[in-house]
Design a protein. Sequence first.
Length: 146
Amino acid sequence: MNKKGFTLIELLVVIAIIGLLSTLAVVALGSARVKARDSKRLSDLKQIQTALELYYTDKDLYPVAAVAVTLGDANHICLNLASGLTTTGCTSAYMGLVPKDPGSNSYAYTSANGSTYTIVATLEDTVNGLTKKINVTPSGIVDVTD
């Protein structure tokens, strides 16, 4: 008897193996995406910090925002010399497009009198000893202990 083809058992075993491998790949990609978003958050915050320091060098104060503003939203997409964080007039911009959080969180900026500032951000996982909620100030990025 000449057999041409696969038995039902062989096909089921192959399908089960492919299903298992694809499930493992999806799980691995999910954690890689979380790490990528957290890395982007930290990179964005360092860029914003640098732009704010350049602004401070020229104006001798940080942009004033007594109430927390969401960076990167429709009202705060540009950091320029004339008016600080704004939507229009980005001719002399330190940051032409202020980044927003790559996930569902946001960057909240406050500066009561312009002498210092705080940006509150939330990470999805632990990165370099930083866990979940972090504050960015002129002195650096620090972990917020709850």
